[in-house]
Design a protein around this ligand. Structure first.
Ligand code: NAD
Length: 252
């Protein structure tokens, strides 16, 4: 049990088996308590997910809502502290994909991307850090993307937000190293999730041709990197880094 008695806040951990919820399941298997956030598409989905999580009992709590809004992040963090009394790990995995060419993109589409994929990371991080400083331990793991590192057609806003996440993470790592807190990014390549339903078949075909390992990844192939970064001592010496489960799409 690599995460026994740890408390993790994970955003973007809703139904549908995405990266966030797979990380949540991996953390549970390693003994953590998890406090989840996601944005429900409707009330039916909200009830169904609540029922799906019931077998985990008090190891799981859910705060549904738009993570780009302060009222949601305030609620998420105060609910977590109220229930578990501390926060050891933060995983920011909430994200949207709205492929649009730059000359067809309106300001609303741009702003929404920045709010959900970047501002939310700021909002959660600034709230959890005081609790991590108090305990002299913290692991911040932000889900960026290989698109941040190499760009992608129809993804200028997504790339900007995800590159922002990498710069933000490095700065936070510099500020917090003295307190036993690490901050790292995971920048996956294309992974088979609902998010990929948003991109066109042409985009997918072109992307497959770019990959050194010529296939899209599975969520189970991303979650272990989060467990690794969150674990003591496994992840202890990693901070300000961007790890890339990306099928060789980006090489450093
Ligand atoms: N799937 C990929 O190919 C891929 C590649 C690189 C990075 N990523 C990133 O991984 C993260 C997870 O994506 P995924 O592939 O699991 O997709 P997904 O669609 O399965 O999961 C996205 C999650 O974010 C939540 N979400 C969306 N908007 C939200 C909001 N405003 N407030 C709160 N929650 C919100 C959804 O409810 C869902 O739980 C995203 O940040 C995404 O950008 C995905």
């Amino acid at each position: 049990m690599k995460l026994a008695n740890k408390v993790a806040v994970i955003t973007g951990a809703g139904p549908g088996g995405g990266i966030g919820s797979t990380i949540a399941k991996a953390f549970l298997q390693e003994g953590a308590n998890v406090s989840l956030n996601y944005l429900a598409r409707n009330s039916e989905e909200k009830e169904k997910f609540q029922t799906e999580m019931e077998p985990f009992g008090d190891k799981v709590m859910i705060t549904e809502g738009d993570i780009s809004k302060e009222e949601t992040t305030n609620k998420l963090i105060s609910n977590t502290i109220g229930e578990y009394g501390k926060i050891d790990i933060l995983v920011n995995s909430a994200g949207i994909s709205t492929p649009t060419l730059i000359h067809e993109m309106d300001l609303r589409t741009w702003n929404r991307m920045i709010e959900v994929n970047l501002t939310s990371v700021f909002l959660t991080t600034r709230l959890v850090v005081p609790y991590m400083i108090k305990n002299k331990f913290g692991r911040i793991i932000n889900i960026s993307s290989q698109v941040a590192q190499k760009g992608s057609v129809e993804h200028s806003h997504y790339a900007a937000a995800k590159a922002g996440v990498i710069g933000f993470t490095k700065s936070v790592a510099l500020e917090l190293g003295n307190y036993g807190i690490t901050a790292n990014c995971i920048a996956p390549g294309p992974i088979e999730t609902q998010l990929m339903n948003e991109v066109s078949e042409t985009w997918k075909d072109n992307k497959k041709n770019e990959l050194v390992i010529p296939r899209f990844g599975k969520v189970e192939e991303v979650a272990p990197t989060a467990v690794f970064l969150a674990s003591d001592p496994d992840g202890n010496l990693y901070t300000g880094q961007t790890l890339g489960p990306n099928c060789g799409d980006v090489m450093f």
